[in-house]
Design a binder for this molecule. Structure first.
Ligand SMILES: CC(C)(COP(=O)(O)OP(=O)(O)OC[C@H]1O[C@@H](n2cnc3c(N)ncnc32)[C@H](O)[C@@H]1OP(=O)(O)O)[C@@H](O)C(=O)NCCC(=O)NCCS
Length: 169
């Protein structure tokens, strides 16, 4: 199936979106556009061939406290630049067809672009529950210290492991 990723706008109806998680549905319908306009979180919609919203991601710049990352990374003692996947969700009718991974890879493309202009060391994500956490673990995300549901993946790892799967259109 051909999908397009487009910035959220008032011309695209999101009312019927249902990923099965009330918090993620509500965010899209009630808060995503305002936060996008205010530059709190940028939301991108995956549209199917009919223009229906099949999924979405919300991304924001962030930072991670140094002590939440492994000592072995030998990082400086100040907060580390990050990009947060604040939201990632797929409509129930589209789950299990590769769209979640497509959206994750689109997030990887965005971080690679951003990191060209301003350093980003890690992508981070706050998984909504352990089931969602398992999705990110599958792609190599690692829990931050003292947290099971907040996970990170270094941008260097994304470049090394996934670059050949990005920017394919
Ligand atoms: C979790 C979610 C994003 C996955 O999207 P999806 O489109 O169903 O997943 P995909 O079809 O792209 O799956 C890609 C791969 O991840 C695996 N996968 C999907 N969901 C998974 C999960 N919860 N745990 C572990 N693996 C998972 C699939 O089996 C598939 O593996 P394969 O490539 O080896 O076949 C989607 O189910 C969803 O939106 N759920 C509700 C909201 C939510 O939990 N969002 C998470 C953000 S916090």
């Amino acid at each position: 199936m051909k999908l397009d990723l487009v910035p959220i706008s008032k011309n695209i109806a999101v009312k019927s979106f249902d990923c099965g998680n009330g918090i993620l549905n509500e965010y899209l319908k009630l808060y995503s556009r305002k936060n996008d306009t205010e530059r709190i979180g940028r939301t991108f919609l995956a549209l199917d061939e009919d223009g229906t919203v099949a999924g979405y991601i919300t991304l924001s710049n962030a930072q991670v406290e140094r002590n939440k990352l492994p000592e072995a990374l030998k990082l400086p003692r100040y907060p580390i630049p990050a990009l947060r996947i604040g939201k990632l969700a797929v409509d129930k009718t589209m789950q299990g067809k590769g769209l979640g991974s497509w959206l994750l890879f689109k997030s990887f493309e965005q971080v690679m672009r951003i990191a060209e202009l301003s350093a980003v060391y890690v992508m981070i994500v706050d998984a909504i529950d352990s089931n969602a956490g398992n999705f990110y673990l599958k792609y190599g995300f690692v829990p931050l210290q003292d947290s099971e549901l907040s996970l990170f993946l270094p941008v260097k790892t994304i470049a090394a492991e996934f670059y050949d799967k990005l920017f394919d259109e």
